[in-house]
Design a binder for this molecule. Structure first.
Ligand SMILES: Cc1cc2nc3c(=O)[nH]c(=O)nc-3n(C[C@H](O)[C@H](O)[C@H](O)COP(=O)(O)O)c2cc1C
Length: 256
């Protein structure tokens, strides 16, 4: 275990059990939540531990429990209007990974070595205000009463048509879904780091070719979904390089 806080294993197990405790009692009071809170030091240590891992130890596999935890943080991620544009495709098939590798210059070391390889798909036309999916989502997932469905729907329509002009091209709508997919991606990578698991976000691929590899494998329907971004998860085989970042005052502008 390479967690940088020294007592890494303890931190991993205690974070995981705290997480499952909280899930088990989702009605936790504020006091219970405070008792389970992670410290700022633990969080920053995880951010420093996370790096874009280029090659994983092929012998080390993430447990089902840990990978389900990572997926759960993706599933619980926020999305615009709560409409969850994503689907998480976990690609464990070596032959499919090899086919993807041919069109993914950014994951040459990661695709063959990652314990788990994730492709985040995003819905396309389904995200329109007038789609069956959005109607089903408001009624069956969000369980809104009919009056609220009508109100939310007209609000969503205005947002898509004029506020953000998302309906001018199919690509604008798809890219808006992809923006949200990146929130889930970030959450999953941070969550992984918090339990000592390495990751790498992957955007280094030819989009059309990668989509056609997934479509040929029967795991992507390009009529309804597209590929937003991918990510590899596993355990590093080499020490991580030094982190480079601009200074805080170069990236933060305060308006008082
Ligand atoms: C959206 C996105 C796509 C990325 N795509 C790749 C990729 O295809 N291959 C790769 O090795 N790294 C990729 N990276 C990793 C970045 O190069 C890396 O995060 C950046 O250089 C900062 O380094 P650090 O993550 O190690 O702190 C990507 C990062 C992001 C956020």
């Amino acid at each position: 275990m390479l967690f940088p806080l020294g007592a890494g294993f303890c931190i991993q197990t205690s974070l995981l059990s705290r997480y499952f405790n909280l899930v088990a009692c989702s009605t936790a009071t504020l006091n219970q939540w405070e008792d389970n809170m992670v410290t700022k030091e633990e969080i920053l240590a995880a951010f420093k531990f996370r790096h874009a891992c280029k090659q994983f130890d092929p012998e080390k596999k993430i447990s089902d429990q840990d990978f389900n935890f990572i997926l759960e943080t993706g599933r619980l991620s926020p999305s615009s209007f709560g409409f969850e544009p994503w689907r998480f495709l976990v690609i464990q098939n070596p032959a499919l990974r090899e086919k993807l590798r041919a069109v993914t210059w950014g994951a040459q070391g990661q695709l063959p070595t990652a314990s788990h390889f994730l492709a985040i798909l995003c819905r396309k036309g389904d995200m329109r205000f007038d789609s069956d999916y959005i109607g089903h989502f408001m009624r069956d997932v969000q369980k809104l009463p009919e009056e609220a469905v009508q109100k939310k729907s007209s609000f969503y329509r205005k947002f898509q048509e004029s506020d953000f002009r998302l309906l001018e091209t199919p690509r604008a709508l798809f890219d808006w879904g992809c923006k949200q997919a990146y929130i889930a991606l970030g959450n999953m990578m941070t969550a992984a780091a918090m339990i000592g698991i390495d990751s790498c976000p992957i955007e280094g691929f030819d989009l059309a070719e990668a989509e056609s590899v997934l479509a040929d494998a029967g795991v992507l329907n390009t009529a309804s979904d597209g590929l937003a971004v991918m990510a590899a998860f596993g355990y590093r085989i080499k020490p991580q390089p030094a982190k480079t970042r601009q200074a805080m005052d170069e990236v933060v502008i305060w308006v008082r």
